[in-house]
Design a protein around this ligand. Structure first.
Ligand code: ZN
Ligand code: ZN
Length: 168
């Protein structure tokens, strides 16, 4: 997701379309429980404000997460906006107070990937559910309670209730 600004001859009144479809590091994301179903797509335009270049567009990712209760795969779509200034490293200081996102270009090359990854992370739910009513796994035997009752509950009655039972 790199844009080489050295070769980019973009007149101030013009913009240029960008399009990337790239795989992110499957191993790193997998260790966070996120699996990409297809390459991440970044589409947008590069444009001038006179002095600086900015990138604006969309980020689209199809991911699979684990249900936080039963661990079944859950499909999730990330659709978010990217909007950032592309700033040459020596000019970084003047933008440090800016509210907008900033991509610092090293050697005239802007790499969108770190910002794209940040944007995707912020759109991933931490407690993904396969359904609002997911019953999760039995804490005793680990079986999926969505597919039926495992029988552990009856065997695991609170001892205080056990005493009450004896009274009857
Ligand atoms: Zn579930
Ligand atoms: Zn059980």
């Amino acid at each position: 997701m790199k844009i080489n600004l050295n070769n980019l001859k973009l007149p101030p009144d013009q913009s240029k379309n960008i399009h990337f479809a790239e795989d992110l590091d499957a191993e790193a994301w997998g260790s966070w429980g996120v699996r990409f179903k297809q390459p991440v797509v970044v589409e947008g335009i590069l444009a001038h404000d006179g002095d600086h270049l900015a990138v604006q567009g969309s980020v689209h990712a199809e991911v699979e997460l684990d249900c936080s209760r039963c661990l079944k795969p859950v499909a999730h779509t990330v659709d978010t906006r990217i909007s950032a200034w592309l700033i040459d490293e020596p000019n970084q200081g003047e933008f440090s107070q800016a509210k907008d996102d900033m991509i610092v270009c090293l050697g005239g090359v802007a790499d969108l990937r770190p910002l794209v990854e940040e944007l995707i992370i912020s759109e991933i739910p931490f407690n993904a559910l396969c359904g609002e009513d997911c019953k999760g796994l039995c804490s005793m035997c680990g079986s999926d309670l969505n597919t039926g009752v495992c029988g552990c509950r009856e065997d695991n009655i609170d001892p205080r209730w056990e005493k009450l039972k004896q009274l009857t």
